[in-house]
Design a binder for this molecule. Structure first.
Ligand code: ZN
Length: 195
């Protein structure tokens, strides 16, 4: 899941206007950003689901540090504190929460590959509700998140420009960019262009 995370970030922006959109977008994929160097180093890996060639939703993801429950809480706290010292406590808490929302959304789609403790210490039962077993349902959920995010962003941005007596064209253009951009990311993800 990639697009769905961005959709959720846009949704939060419509409520928490003081938080910069770019920081929300960064926070929403923060766990995946930290995943990239660990993936390149071979510490975290993706293995295709047996009997498939991988692709959308067909991976067992061994992100045992970045996507473990405790690891995700830790990384989200680090991000929240870093932004909080810059933009104040409320924005820091919002960004930390958005970062952790990544874990919650991944929990819905992942196939029982999310450990509780970093490195799967203690071999506790792994988590993940496995919505990716029904790819059409996962794609629909991502589509809904992106659409809801763009819609609520547009409503919030429109009321801001209305109150300021400014033209509403910019609100419409940015919302449309969020929607189209999100759907493009989703299309790339589904067709395997994003790996
Ligand atoms: Zn992830």
């Amino acid at each position: 899941m990639i697009a769905g995370h961005f959709g959720f970030a846009a949704l939060v922006k419509s409520r928490e206007r003081q938080a910069p959109l770019w920081a929300l977008m960064l926070a929403t994929v923060w766990l995946d950003i930290v995943f990239v160097p660990l993936f390149l180093a071979g510490i975290e890996t993706i293995e295709p689901v047996p009997g498939t060639h991988g692709g959308y939703g067909a991976g067992i993801i061994h992100a045992d540090y970045t996507h473990s429950l405790v690891g995700a809480l830790f990384l989200s706290a680090v991000l929240g504190i870093a932004f909080g010292t810059r933009w104040g406590q409320r924005t820091g808490v919002v960004l930390g929460f958005v970062s952790f929302s990544h874990w919650l959304l991944d929990l819905i789609v992942h196939r029982h590959d999310i450990p509780v403790l970093p490195g799967n210490v203690g071999q506790l039962p792994k988590l993940g509700f496995g919505l990716w077993q029904l790819p059409w349902a996962a794609v629909s959920a991502e589509f809904a998140l992106v659409s809801a995010g763009a819609w609520f962003y547009w409503r919030a941005a429109r009321s801001v420009s209305l109150a300021a007596g400014m033209p509403q064209r910019r609100a419409a253009v940015v919302s449309l960019m969020i929607w189209v951009g999100g759907l493009l990311v989703l299309a790339f993800d589904v067709t395997g262009i994003l790996g």
